[in-house]
Design a protein around this ligand. Structure first.
Ligand code: F6P
Length: 554
């Protein structure tokens, strides 16, 4: 039996036990002192790959914990798991599928077999199909029902059929092609539909119905609303093929919905939704930034794939980030992880990472169904710097919880404005430095005395002004947010999540937990609308149904 089906229990590995002892030894470990004692600490704990520079020196690690974490990865057979991932082994065992998003960024000529068939020719055929569509739209050859060229593209999709494309098309705004604007419609909330369509004209709008399953409620309801909206603006049924295309692995359902056969771009069940921006689900990205830039994005991810496959674990960026996450979750009782991009264009990075990480590693049983015996995926949260500094960073600095953070910052801005970028970069560094160094009680006292305060006031205020420090962070520096570097950055986090899933022995590629709410939603819709008369299973739900119904009666 392949060992991903019968994963080892990480907590029973010798390295885990040694890490537990090591954690005890590190009770008094202090980052300030570690830097003072080792002038090479920055060089020792930083690396460069795929145009990304990672400084992980501000972590609660020493040489022994670093070595033990790497040993744990070896003992959990991570090397073999990486090979299996890239080779297309059915690691998504509960759905009996491989997770081959990495095939989507491989160059022509490479081979990846799924059920005895090389999928690479099909991957590149679809890239060709995307190129043709993008060219037709950019050159004004794709016309709406009044023969006017398309000016606006609306991606209707949710989850992975939304977050990745939205992140990338916004992050690469400086690469936007002129002539076509891209919009996103995700939620079933009519206000979102109303707000979006208010600024659009149906005759020059193309909708991409983006759904791997073509069965997602929000997407189908929005697609139906869009169809009614286009028809209401004068189009005939026979014009709809000019305004609707689809990306889906469920061709039959897309055709049944009314999408013309030739307007359907394929997806495959071996690509998970949250890993799909590299496929035709990325069409809005290609339309926003052009196919050349889309291919650069793929090549950046491919570079990270190669690094992940070949670098020794002690110098492997995704492996180290993954192991550090395990270290904090399972040995330092950290429950969340902050992502803090210091770049306006990366402001939606968190949302993509929330799905990527939490839908992948928010699991409580291992691949073989046995319960995990340690903590798994943390809550991912955060937001764009400097805004967070004036909102939630207070808790990072002085709260009672340990929250590791990733700072992400480009060296160069696309919009240099006086000395703003220098200030932005300085703020990013000052935050990680403040988290790491803190301010001792003695320093706080000295500061207050220097201000001429009475000793009584000094003693009253010092506890409030002291900051514990010793709070860990990584800093990821990009030369700039280019398609290539962004591709590497996203792939880095994909692989980090995979590394953690291997240590925890869980399946990172299914998401059964989201299904219950969907099923219950159907019943509740019936009860809200009166199609179903029986009361809800519990008093709270029934009470809330009655509250809604009372206000919608006559
Ligand atoms: O409900 C969760 C989910 O299945 C995600 O995993 C997925 O990215 C999203 O819904 C959208 O799914 P689809 O692309 O099939 O519409």
């Amino acid at each position: 039996m392949p060992h991903y089906l019968k994963p080892l229990d990480a907590t029973q590995q010798p390295a885990w036990q040694a890490l537990r002892a090591q954690r005890g030894q590190m009770q008094t470990f202090n980052l300030r002192e570690a830097f003072a004692a080792d002038p090479q600490r920055f060089q020792r704990y930083s690396l460069n790959s795929g145009g990304l520079f990672l400084d992980y020196s501000k972590n609660l690690i020493d040489a022994r914990s670093h070595a033990l974490l790497v040993e744990l990865a070896e003992q959990m057979n991570l090397r073999q798991a990486i090979e299996q991932l890239f080779a297309g082994a059915p690691l998504n065992a509960s759905e009996n599928r491989p997770a081959l998003h990495t095939a989507l960024r491989r160059p022509i000529g490479e081979q990846v077999m799924v059920n005895g068939v090389d999928v690479m020719p099909e991957v590149h055929r679809v890239l060709g199909q995307m190129t043709e569509l993008v060219q037709r739209i950019h050159n004004g050859l794709w016309r709406g029902f009044t023969e006017k060229p398309i000016t606006d593209v609306v991606n209707i999709g949710i989850g992975g059929s939304f977050l990745g494309p939205q992140l990338v098309s916004e992050a690469l705004l400086p690469f936007a092609q002129r002539g076509v604007r891209c919009h996103y419609l995700a939620n079933i909330d009519g206000s979102e539909f109303h707000e979006l369509t208010t600024g659009l004209r149906a005759e020059t709008t193309l909708f991409i119905v983006s759904s791997k399953s073509f069965g997602t409620l929000e997407t189908l309801k929005n697609a139906q609303a869009a169809r009614r909206w286009v028809l209401a603006q004068g189009a005939r049924e026979s014009d709809l093929h000019r305004h609707f295309i689809a990306v889906s692995s469920n061709r039959q359902a897309a055709v049944a919905f009314g999408i013309a056969e030739e307007n359907i771009f394929p997806m495959w069940d071996w690509v998970g939704g949250r890993y799909s921006l590299w496929s035709a689900i990325g069409l809005p990205i290609a339309l926003a930034i052009g196919m050349g830039n889309f291919k650069e994005l793929l090549s950046g991810a491919y570079q990270m794939d190669q690094h992940f496959q070949s670098a020794p674990f002690a110098e492997n960026m995704p492996v180290l980030l993954g192991l550090l996450g395990v270290w904090y979750s399972d040995f330092w009782d950290a429950h969340s992880h902050a992502i803090l991009p210091y770049d306006h264009h990366l402001r939606n990075f968190n949302q993509h990472l929330q799905q990527l990480d939490m839908e992948s590693n928010g699991k409580r049983v291992r691949q073989d169904g046995s319960p995990v015996s340690c903590g798994t995926g943390p809550v991912i949260w955060g937001g764009v710097g400097c805004n967070g500094q004036h909102a939630y960073h207070q808790l990072l600095h002085q709260g009672t919880r340990l929250i590791p953070a990733d700072f992400i910052v480009p060296v160069t801005s696309y919009n240099p404005l006086a000395d703003h970028h220098q200030w932005l970069y300085a703020n990013c560094l000052s935050q990680s430095q403040a988290l790491m160094r803190g301010k001792t009680h003695a320093e706080a006292e000295a500061e207050l005395r220097a201000q001429g305060l009475s000793e009584e006031e000094v003693q009253r205020l010092a506890p409030h002004k002291a900051i514990p420090g010793n709070r860990p962070s990584n800093t990821l520096v990009l030369e700039r947010v280019s398609p290539q570097r962004l591709g590497a950055l996203i792939a880095l986090y994909e692989h980090k999540v995979f590394v953690q899933s291997v240590i925890w022995g869980i399946n990172a590629f299914d998401q059964w937990g989201v299904e219950l709410g969907k099923e219950l939603g159907k019943n509740l819709y019936g009860r809200l609308t009166g199609l179903e008369q029986s009361p809800a299973e519990d008093g709270s739900t029934q009470g809330l149904i009655e509250f809604f119904r009372a206000r919608h009666r006559g």
